[in-house]
Design a protein around this ligand. Structure first.
Ligand SMILES: Cc1cc2nc3c(=O)[nH]c(=O)nc-3n(C[C@H](O)[C@H](O)[C@H](O)COP(=O)(O)OP(=O)(O)OC[C@H]3O[C@@H](n4cnc5c(N)ncnc54)[C@H](O)[C@@H]3O)c2cc1C
Length: 231
């Protein structure tokens, strides 16, 4: 027996779930976000956030403080794979297909907190892991791990790579890309003095990059994709 009836239920309080809830809220539409963890998952480091993402954040009106907190990157520098060759640089100040580029490296915690802070209290229901979904006429019955059943007219899946909603919809299982990654950031506790550019190195299945989030912190990543030749 369903205990609660909702118009819109979003599964997952990650970047996509919170942005979807905020977009609906800006249109005056209430939604309920179900999140399996006990609190907002602000772990992680940073995300390279491109022009289209800033347009989306603009649309939900949370850009002002995020723009102030993160540097605008103005160049991508890709070092040559030929020893001794100078790096090639691409200016990001030129116009792209959709106008001016806007590329910043955003700290995940600040983005998550900015999204959560704009939602009306009670929008996110924590400790609410969705374990199964079933159809009941025009409604979906959403079963939680604690035995609660919610009835909703609209169900939106924003529950990440092992999505319960995608599984219920019959989507294929995620494919393993074979890529390993490490990421982190360095806090210089003062000005790091680097230019606002994205520096990338790649070769032999390895790709690594460094970019500043603001004048004090630098985000870095390192990925490895083994080739079929085994290197
Ligand atoms: C903790 C964390 C740290 C990250 N750090 C980085 C980083 O430093 N750099 C980077 O580039 N990317 C990082 N990412 C990845 C990046 O944020 C996301 O992959 C990307 O933004 C996609 O977001 P999403 O909202 O679609 O999915 P996700 O970010 O995966 O969010 C899905 C949410 O759904 C919840 N959820 C899953 N299943 C259920 C269920 N059955 N019931 C209820 N809730 C459920 C999860 O707890 C999670 O909060 C991180 C992701 C996470 C979750």
């Amino acid at each position: 027996m369903a205990e609660v009836i909702e118009d819109i239920v979003i599964v997952g309080a990650g970047i996509s779930g919170l942005t979807t809830a905020l977009g609906l809220h800006r249109l005056g539409i209430r939604s309920l976000v179900l999140e399996s963890s006990e609190t907002l998952r602000v772990a992680g480091f940073a995300l390279l956030t491109w022009t289209n993402a800033w347009k989306a954040l603009d649309a939900v009106s949370i850009v002002d403080s995020l723009r102030q907190q993160h540097q605008l990157l103005d160049r991508i520098a890709v070092p040559s794979t030929i020893p001794g060759e100078p790096p090639s640089e691409k200016s990001l100040k030129t116009k792209g297909k959709h106008g001016d580029h806007e590329i910043r490296c955003v700290k995940r915690k600040l983005l998550m907190e900015a999204l959560e802070g704009e939602l009306p209290s009670g929008t996110i229901r924590y400790s609410s892991k969705v374990v199964s979904i079933e159809e009941s006429g025009c409604f979906k019955l959403v079963h939680l791990a604690d035995g609660t059943i919610l009835m909703t007219k609209v169900l939106i899946g924003c529950d990440g790579v092992n999505s319960v909603v995608a599984k219920w919809l019959g989507y294929k299982k995620p494919a393993f890309a074979g890529r390993s990654a490490m990421r982190g950031y360095a806090d210089y506790k003062g000005s790091h003095g680097f230019d606002p550019r994205f520096l990338v190195f790649s070769g032999k299945g390895i790709r690594c990059g460094f970019l500043s989030c603001d004048d004090q912190t630098v985000y870095w990543f390192f990925t490895w994709t083994p080739s079929s030749q085994g290197n």
